[in-house]
Write a protein that binds this ligand. Structure first.
Ligand SMILES: Nc1nc2c(c(=O)[nH]1)N[C@H]1C(S)=C(S)[C@@H](COP(=O)(O)O)O[C@H]1N2
Ligand SMILES: [Mo]
Length: 346
């Protein structure tokens, strides 16, 4: 599997170096008030649907796998060891029908969170149904913490983290694909290969609608994904509460833009003019501000996991006013980004 000529960090990911650090992404707890004993149901197009109790899963054939985890919001974490049951034998036991093509994982969570893999990927990658973890931080192996999917979650090697469902309760074998939670509304790519940077499906609004938004300098709350605003003149833009995941604003003029509480996760704002913009409480996870001018911009309360301010390879560094970021926000950045931000804000 491993190719020595390939770099270990997929494109445009930042590395978390502290082994003890492990961000919680998405839902943070299983369904509240649901105290039924934990079981995993395998059903759908199966000759032998089954309900597996957690103790039986733990008592079955178990593997330890050390792998690198890559979140679509641009942070990666190397050498995480997960302990669990490989999926393939469980599938074999259930007996997928001849027409089975997809495996859908469903969570015991308030939104019945789900994600799917093709049966071919499920066989090739052989996800782990994991119940314990060793972060390599010296604290040893421990049960999966609840916020990280405990008591039992999926760990799918070789895909962005959203294919690793937390709080696994059901595995449905299907003939037809069904797009999962992150893959539908938010528009994450269904194949999720970090090496091909399959983060998002492509732009979801027609160019004439985008041009009208630019002319009006107003972006409403409708969900835009991967829309191209590069170079646009958007000074004084009104976009509070807008949803702009993976949209591109490189070199755009965004002076005094109002992005309060906007979702700009994974947006690209390289070399954008964001002087005096208001990004208070915005979701900026995975956003790229390399070379942007953020002088006078407000970023209080913004979520910054995986955000980039400094791209040494391209020679692009953001300008930030002293005190623009709170210590907790800087702490959410991967190590080299945090070091850059500290160096300019001191
Ligand atoms: N049930 C459920 N599983 C989920 C999510 C979620 O919101 N709900 N988020 C996904 C995403 S986007 C990632 S990156 C990983 C994060 O796992 P962690 O919170 O343990 O780091 O879980 C995935 N599995
Ligand atoms: Mo993610």
């Amino acid at each position: 599997m491993s190719d020595p000529t390939r770099p270990r960090l997929p494109p445009n990911q930042g590395l978390i170096q502290n082994p003890a650090r492990w961000p919680v992404v998405g839902e943070a707890a299983p369904r509240a008030g649901d105290d039924r004993p934990w079981t995993i149901r395998i059903d759908g197009l199966a000759a032998r649907p089954a309900t597996i109790a957690l103790d039986d899963l733990r008592a079955g054939s178990i593997e330890r796998r050390t792998l690198d985890f890559h979140c679509v919001t641009r942070w990666s974490k190397f050498d995480m060891t997960f302990v669990g049951a490989p999926l393939s034998p469980l599938l074999d036991a259930a007996g997928p029908a001849a027409e089975a093509r997809w495996i859908r994982f469903i969570a015991r969570s308030d939104r019945d969170h789900d994600t799917s893999l093709s049966l071919d990927d499920a066989r090739a990658l052989d996800p782990l149904i994991a119940f314990a973890v060793d972060l390599g931080d010296g604290a040893g192996e421990r049960p999966l913490p609840s916020e990280h999917g405990g008591p039992v979650r999926v760990i799918t090697p070789g895909k962005y983290g959203y294919k690793s469902l937390k709080w696994l309760e059901r595995i449905e074998i299907r003939a037809e694909p069904k797009r999962g939670y992150w893959e539908s509304g938010p528009g994450y790519h269904d194949n999720a290969d970090p090496w091909a940077e399959e983060r998002y499906v492509s732009g979801n609004v027609p160019p004439d609608l985008r041009d009208r938004m630019i002319a009006a300098r107003r972006i409403g709350p409708r969900e835009l994904v991967s829309v191209d605003f590069r170079g646009a003149d958007l000074d004084d833009l009104a976009a509070p509460d807008s949803r702009l995941r993976n949209c591109r604003f490189d070199r755009a003029r965004l002076r005094r833009a109002d992005f309060r509480s906007a979702n700009l996760s994974n947006a690209s704002l390289r070399e954008a003019d964001l002087r005096d913009a208001d990004l208070t409480r915005a979701d900026l996870e995975g956003a790229d501000f390399s070379g942007a001018d953020l002088t006078g911009a407000r970023l209080g309360g913004a979520s910054l996991f995986g955000a980039t301010f400094h791209d040494p390879a391209a020679g692009l560094s953001a300008s930030l006013s002293p005190g623009a970021l709170e210590p907790a926000q800087i702490g959410a950045l991967v190590d080299d980004q945090a070091a850059y931000v500290r160096s300019v804000m001191d």
